[in-house]
Design a protein around this ligand. Structure first.
Ligand code: ZN
Length: 187
């Protein structure tokens, strides 16, 4: 297993839809193992394949603060249903981050409940119900597979702050990445 470099906002693979996984083989298992290790090293609570430069419909989560789902899991070819978004502006407890925009955080409203249906690393279907922060993680990672970053969903004034932060960091073009455990960039 190895820690993988995480690509930064601006890398094209982050901004286009990922392709379905068709082979449930040793290569996929190795990728998932490396993604777990990278998530631990970052540290983070979730990681989508495009963030390690792989344009496939796959993400992992590692999150203990929820009851129903396993503490860690891989969602391959996921589908996600979410509860209607309650109107209003995001609260202070809704500040989100992303390993592809390391060190930055912005407030974003998310649905409080989500239902995930996906395949595991062997291709076996499973279902997970999520609420609270775990529902947020699933929405965040699922968005990555559509080529969406959470900063793409921000509303005023958070979107302005995010644009400013990206300029300040010199992000937005291709070719940037960081290596967890080596580069000290964690969010
Ligand atoms: Zn992210």
């Amino acid at each position: 297993m190895s820690v993988l470099p995480i690509v930064i906002c601006g890398e094209p693979v982050l901004h286009r839809p990922a392709a379905p996984v068709t082979e449930f083989d040793a290569e996929l298992r190795a990728l998932v193992d490396d993604m777990y290790e990278t998530t631990v090293a970052a540290p983070g609570v979730g990681l989508a394949a495009p963030q390690v430069g792989v344009g496939k419909r796959l993400f992992v989560w590692m999150y203990e603060e929820q009851d129903e789902a396993p503490v860690q899991g891989a969602a391959v070819n996921p589908e996600l249903w979410i509860a209607p978004l309650e109107p209003g502006l995001p609260g202070e407890d809704e500040v989100e981050g992303c390993l592809s925009l390391p060190g930055e955080r912005f407030a974003l409203r998310r649905s409080s409940h989500a239902l995930l249906r996906a395949q595991d690393v062997d291709g076996k279907p499973f279902e997970v119900r999520a609420s609270g922060w775990f529902a947020r993680i699933l929405q965040h990672e699922f968005d990555h597979l559509s080529g969406l970053l959470y900063v793409d969903r921000l509303v005023h004034p958070e979107n302005r702050a995010a644009q400013k932060a990206q300029r300040k960091n010199g992000w937005g073009g291709p070719g940037l990445s960081w290596l967890p455990g080596v580069d000290d960039l964690e969010g």
